[in-house]
Ligand binder design. Structure first.
Ligand code: A3P
Length: 292
């Protein structure tokens, strides 16, 4: 705990107006020039939208529901985090060293995705979560993760988040940008709230998108093993060895619900957000469910 407190908070810079971790910006050429392969699968999302959940679902589908195989390594080693950069390792190096078919993860907004993914026509799964819960989840994540800047107080963070000056950019631009791209590229666009409502239906969608055909009982097994409670107990999906994360302050698997924003938003903040939402979402057919 004391050691964690001494780690300096993450530094940021920008690429094309998008705030990103400084070490990502410093390696930008290498990231932008990444060479995707036609059989790569990419899982893309705004941070805290349900990425890890989707990743584990995909891994289990690929392994025909074999739990032991999915426990072969922590999630970030099974599916490299494309733009992740540390002094000793990077997502790109990990991906380059990995045999195909590869599954990769990114939080990049659509305009910053390395062009080879489009050129190679890679399959992409995008997962989105309603802005209110996404914001609350991100606030706690920035508090517990020294890889990112300190979020300040909830009131401060609320303003920062709405201004779009958070790491990986504006939530609005992110979800809308990927939604639009769906018109011209094979993207399966998932929603956290739909996964909560009917996990089996959504898992089946992923299975079909991946061109797999699994028995009902295998699907049921995947539903069970990707439930919040089971994933919370799974050391391979919790980033327990990341020294920058303080899980005692806020666990990686924090609450896993829809509607937790009600415990955080003041009435005034809710009004402000709703107004902001109307304005920002006026030019898209995309819509979200804020409570179940
Ligand atoms: P909360 O902070 O609201 O609990 P990401 O993987 O993109 O970082 O997203 C993390 C969020 O997804 C956290 O939200 C986490 O609890 C939630 N989550 C992870 N696995 C989940 C699961 N199996 N079911 C529901 N929510 C899950």
């Amino acid at each position: 705990e004391l050691e964690w407190a001494l780690i300096p908070p993450g530094e940021v810079s920008q690429v094309d107006g998008i705030v990103l971790e400084k070490n990502i910006c410093n390696s930008w050429d290498k990231i932008w020039n990444f060479e995707a392969k036609p059989d790569d699968l990419l899982i893309a999302s705004y941070p805290k939208a349900g990425t890890t959940w989707t990743q584990e679902i995909v891994d289990l589908i690929q392994n025909n529901g074999d739990i032991e195989k999915s426990k072969r390594a922590p999630i970030h080693l099974r599916q490299p985090f494309l733009e992740w950069v540390r002094t000793t390792n990077s997502g790109i190096d990990q991906a380059n060293a990995m045999p195909s078919p590869r599954t990769l993860k990114t939080h990049l907004p659509v305009q910053l995705l390395p062009p080879s993914f489009w050129e190679k026509n890679c399959k992409i799964i995008y997962v989105a979560r309603n802005v209110k819960d996404n914001m609350v989840s991100y606030y706690y994540f920035q508090k517990m993760n020294k890889g990112l800047p300190d979020p300040g107080s909830w009131d401060e963070y609320f303003e920062t988040f709405l201004s779009g000056k958070v790491v990986w950019g504006s939530w609005f631009d992110h979800v809308k940008g990927w939604w639009k791209k769906k018109e011209s590229h094979p993207i399966l666009y998932l929603f956290y709230e739909e996964m909560m409502k009917d996990p089996k239906r959504e898992i089946r969608k992923v299975m079909e998108f991946l061109g797999k055909n699994l028995k009902e009982e295998v699907l049921d097994k995947i539903v069970y093993n990707t439930s919040f409670d089971v994933m919370k107990r799974n050391p391979m999906t919790n980033y327990i060895n990341d020294v920058k994360m303080n899980h005692r302050l806020s666990p990686f698997m924090r609450k896993g619900v829809t509607g937790d924003w009600k415990n955080h938003f003041t009435e005034a903040q809710n009004k402000q957000l709703n107004e902001n939402y109307e304005k920002n979402m006026a030019d898209t057919s995309l819509s979200f469910c804020m409570e179940l």
